[in-house]
Design a protein. Structure first.
Length: 167
């Protein structure tokens, strides 16, 4: 623990995560009280209980988080082009953002061919393997040019960019 000038403790810098869990509670009946619809003999009574868990993340101090993207595999099948990559995270906090892929032709023409929002790498994980199908690929030649892969926050701050040569 760090100490303030007053001598009281401060939490360590980094990220703290927990969850708030809400659950429906079934109607309670007194023990020994019979249900009016209860039949004689064997019966089965299945009751579903619904709940929701909401993550809560508290961050203390400055982030030392850095991201590096690396392409694991690129399937150029014209019917089903799939990009598989690894998001490597270092530092003291999780990352959350969107991944976009842009095709850059040899002439410099840029075409967006993939976008995924809400992609995260939470602590303590240091990497995430991710694969997704590219879109609008009929408009580009996936055998020429480059793929520009960008991982950024929803506000537009770029965590990492990577170029993949298609030639």
């Amino acid at each position: 623990m760090r100490r303030k000038p007053c001598g009281c403790s401060l939490p360590e810098q980094g990220e703290y995560r927990s969850h708030i869990y809400f659950r429906a509670v079934e109607k309670q009946t007194a023990l020994g009280e019979k249900d009016k619809n209860e039949a004689e003999g064997i019966s089965i009574n299945i009751k579903t209980v619904f709940g929701i868990s909401i993550p809560v993340i508290i961050r203390e101090g400055a982030s030392t988080t850095a991201i590096e993207l690396s392409v694991a595999e690129f399937n150029r099948d014209p019917e089903n082009p799939v990009l598989s990559l690894v998001i490597n995270r270092t530092g003291n906090m999780s990352v959350y953002g969107e991944l976009s892929v842009e095709h850059i032709s040899p002439e410099g023409l840029k075409t967006e061919i993939g976008k995924v929002k809400g992609l995260a790498v939470y602590t303590p994980n240091t990497k995430r393997n991710f694969a997704f199908k590219l879109q609008n690929t009929e408009m580009v030649d996936l055998n020429k040019g480059k793929l520009k892969i960008t991982y950024k926050t929803e506000e537009g701050k770029i965590y990492s960019e990577s170029l993949y040569d298609l030639n």
